[in-house]
Design a protein around this ligand. Structure first.
Ligand code: HEC
Ligand code: HEC
Ligand code: HEC
Ligand code: HEC
Ligand code: HEC
Ligand code: HEC
Ligand code: HEC
Ligand code: HEC
Ligand code: HEC
Ligand code: HEC
Ligand code: HEC
Ligand code: HEC
Length: 404
């Protein structure tokens, strides 16, 4: 009896020795051992997956995914990736070994492109600029199996996902989204960055989904309530009803003045701009926003013949109205910032008193012939702006630019 058991053991040992010999032959014959080996395969625990003593494809203990779930935990989460939840583990993974990390059959992004043709097309379209991390890695943002965060299988919520690189590693986001004083609501919302940016590839600069202006007007096509409770205008309508657009807006560049991600300045502006109609101390820095593009000396010279045409001869009327220690008028007293229907973006009325009654400015521009100074009314090469007048906070007051 004892002998029988011993000889059985002997044969078993012999068989498994033989077996491991053929296996090592097998692997060296087929190819050089791959860079990444599955631990049970590397440890020759063939039997954890193969029933027979001579492993082959038809003797598996069970089929994927059950086979895999003998050792790996089942993936569970609110949203699942269908090839994974339907058990096609072996579509993406090899069971034994692979040249690629995680036993992948092909490297990223090719393994994903096998099914996601559309993303591949977008990424390979020469007209598009591609988002650097998506060029060769999909799972830096996506999980291949399950996600509790998003039906798009994101590893984290959008804002944390994007800011992980765009803040902490300090790539190009100029502000600290957590600390910024005036936040812009879309950035704080669930789809955050994706309101404006494409994660993979797009035709527009800064990976935007469209030209900035079109993006902005996608939401600013109605009144919205600001954080301070103010009702903000319907900008799309303003631009439609007022055909003379300010320079940066002609270039579709709202971010010439606003920081779309939020800002420490009033109305998410890029720089200082007074928030009230009057100022009680004069500080030229209060207008830094405008002087990013315009000449700031206009507020400091009482007299000039070059800095501005809002002058009566030499008398600088910008200086006169604005540079005051009390009740200095801000630019908004006379100008529309976005668009208007009058020359020089002069506004039609100003909000007067507590009830903001629209007091008409009644601006009238005047033109004269360049050669003889005789008034004319069709501005062109020879008929130029020579002055103007307003009935506003005062009775009609005229200015004449070119005086002898
Ligand atoms: C984690 C599970 C697992 C382990 C461990 C494992 N295999 Fe396999 N093996 C499989 C699966 C699954 C297939 C079928 C492959 C397929 O259909 O793509 C397979 C197929 C095979 C095949 C036939 C197809 C081929 O690749 O040539 C051989 C031979 C084989 N295994 C040998 C081995 C040997 C030898 C060992 C131990 C060194 C081993 N396997 C360990 C899962 C495993
Ligand atoms: C006998 C147990 C066992 C079975 C069965 C098994 N695995 Fe594994 N697998 C392991 C161990 C152990 C590791 C290494 C430790 C870890 O990462 O959990 C591992 C690691 C992995 C890894 C990570 C490899 C890496 O490079 O980090 C993948 C992918 C994987 N297994 C896929 C599968 C798939 C797919 C199946 C089913 C075809 C499967 N495993 C079946 C035990 C098993
Ligand atoms: C669509 C392709 C795909 C399918 C299908 C798939 N995986 Fe994966 N798997 C990956 C990729 C890519 C990684 C590595 C990247 C990562 O985890 O972020 C990975 C990583 C893993 C890992 C190691 C990391 C971890 O999550 O523990 C295991 C284990 C694993 N897969 C097991 C499985 C099992 C089991 C199945 C079937 C239920 C399966 N995979 C189906 C693509 C896939
Ligand atoms: C075997 C085919 C296959 C492979 C390979 C594959 N996917 Fe998928 N993927 C699908 C299917 C099918 C869906 C669900 C279809 C749908 O809802 O549009 C899906 C859905 C997704 C979604 C959610 C899309 C949505 O619109 O809800 C993401 C994200 C995704 N896959 C990413 C990946 C990544 C990343 C990889 C590579 C690691 C990958 N897929 C590999 C077949 C695949
Ligand atoms: C920087 C992070 C990031 C990377 C890298 C990335 N994605 Fe995405 N992906 C996203 C986000 C965010 C969405 C959700 C888009 C939305 O909801 O508008 C998404 C959506 C998807 C979808 C759903 C369809 C769609 O276009 O909305 C698929 C499929 C997808 N990604 C596949 C991939 C593949 C394949 C790769 C690798 C080539 C990849 N992703 C790389 C962030 C990323
Ligand atoms: C893994 C890190 C990583 C993640 C996650 C990531 N990005 Fe990026 N992103 C980069 C890198 C790297 C660049 C290229 C930077 C460069 O060229 O200066 C880039 C470029 C950009 C740019 C263009 C910057 C420019 O100066 O033109 C935008 C916009 C952008 N990413 C938005 C996003 C959004 C939105 C998300 C979330 C869906 C995201 N990124 C997630 C790494 C990341
Ligand atoms: C309301 C639209 C909008 C949202 C939401 C938004 N962005 Fe932007 N983003 C823009 C515009 C417009 C630009 C280009 C103009 C500029 O330089 O300010 C830009 C530029 C960028 C740049 C390049 C910055 C540079 O200085 O070159 C990065 C990086 C970026 N965004 C990341 C993000 C991230 C991360 C999120 C989410 C936390 C996000 N954006 C949310 C509109 C948006
Ligand atoms: C030349 C600089 C500049 C440009 C370009 C610009 N803005 Fe403004 N924007 C401002 C200033 C200054 C304010 C504050 C106006 C005020 O309170 O008098 C403002 C205010 C706003 C407001 C709040 C309006 C309200 O009702 O109080 C919105 C909304 C707005 N801008 C959207 C946009 C959009 C959309 C674009 C692009 C079409 C744009 N801006 C382009 C300077 C600019
Ligand atoms: C997804 C919708 C959406 C998009 C896209 C969007 N906005 Fe807004 N924006 C809002 C909402 C809602 C508010 C009101 C809440 C707040 O103040 O953030 C707002 C507020 C503002 C304000 C006033 C901020 C304040 O409260 O002081 C300005 C200025 C502004 N947006 C400009 C822009 C510009 C410029 C763009 C394009 C780069 C843009 N918005 C794109 C939804 C959007
Ligand atoms: C991003 C650059 C930029 C900023 C910031 C800017 N402007 Fe302008 N502005 C321009 C350009 C460019 C023109 C000339 C457009 C043209 O010639 O059609 C212009 C023209 C004007 C005009 C009309 C001049 C004329 O002769 O018709 C006025 C008034 C004006 N800006 C006022 C302002 C005020 C007030 C601010 C601050 C709230 C401001 N601008 C901020 C770029 C800017
Ligand atoms: C009291 C009314 C008034 C105020 C306040 C005012 N402007 Fe003007 N501005 C005008 C008039 C009128 C013109 C047109 C002059 C002409 O060409 O006839 C003008 C012209 C301009 C021009 C075109 C170039 C020039 O100077 O001729 C710019 C730029 C400008 N203003 C910027 C500003 C800025 C910036 C502010 C705030 C710091 C401001 N304005 C405040 C009335 C005003
Ligand atoms: C918010 C009120 C306000 C608005 C709007 C305003 N002004 Fe004035 N303006 C004044 C006041 C007040 C004075 C008297 C000087 C002072 O106290 O600054 C003045 C002085 C003047 C003077 C100098 C007259 C003199 O005393 O010699 C002229 C010219 C003038 N304004 C023209 C204009 C023009 C043109 C406009 C329209 C584009 C305009 N003003 C818009 C308040 C305003």
């Amino acid at each position: 009896m004892e002998r029988n058991i011993l000889s059985l053991l002997f044969f078993v040992t012999l068989f498994s020795l033989f077996n491991s010999y053929t296996q090592s032959q097998g692997t060296t014959q087929s190819k050089q051992s791959s860079k990444f080996q599955h631990e049970p395969f590397a440890n020759k625990k063939c039997k954890s997956c193969h029933e027979s003593g001579a492993p082959c494809g038809n003797d598996l203990v069970s089929l994927a995914p059950e086979l895999c779930l003998n050792c790996h935990e089942k993936y569970s989460g609110m949203y699942s990736h269908s090839p994974s939840s339907s058990g096609e583990c072996l579509f993406c993974h090899n069971a034994h070994e692979s040249e690629y990390d995680f036993l992948l059959k092909e490297d990223e992004p090719d393994i994903c492109y096998a099914c996601h043709e559309q993303i591949k097309e977008k990424m390979n379209d020469d007209q598009n600029s591609t988002h650097t991390p998506a060029v060769d890695n999909c799972t830096i943002c996506h999980t291949p199996h399950v996600s509790d965060t998003s039906s798009k299988l994101l590893k984290k919520n959008v804002k944390s996902l994007c800011t992980e690189c765009h803040f902490e590693e300090d790539i190009t986001l100029p502000i600290d989204l957590d600390r910024v004083i005036h936040k812009h609501r879309p950035v704080e919302s669930e789809t955050s960055c994706l309101h404006c940016h494409a994660p993979h590839a797009t035709f527009f600069d800064s990976h935007l989904l469209a030209e900035p202006l079109d993006l902005c007007l996608h939401c600013h096509d109605k009144e919205v309530t600001a954080y301070d409770g103010a009702t903000l205008v319907n900008m799309k309508e303003i631009l439609k009803n007022n055909t003379i657009h300010h320079g940066p807006i002609k270039e579709k560049n709202c971010s010439g003045c606003h920081s779309p991600h939020g800002s420490d300045f009033y109305r998410i502006l890029l720089a200082e701009y007074p928030k009230d109609f009057y100022t009680d101390t004069f500080d030229k820095n209060a207008y830094n926003l405008c002087f990013n593009c315009h000449e700031s000396a206009v507020l400091q010279e009482r007299e000039t013949t070059t800095l501005t045409n809002f002058r009566d001869g030499k008398r600088n009327l910008h200086y006169l109205h604005i540079n005051k220690s009390e009740k200095g008028r801000t630019c908004r007293a006379c100008h529309e910032i976005h668009a208007s229907n009058q020359f020089n973006h002069i506004r039609e009325s100003v909000p007067y008193g507590k009830i903001k009654w629209p007091l008409k400015l009644q601006y009238e521009a005047q033109f004269a012939d360049v050669d003889n100074g005789i008034p004319c009314n069709m501005p062109n090469a020879s008929c130029v702006k020579s002055g103007g007048s307003c009935v506003a906070c005062h009775n009609t007051k005229f200015y004449e630019i070119f005086q002898k």
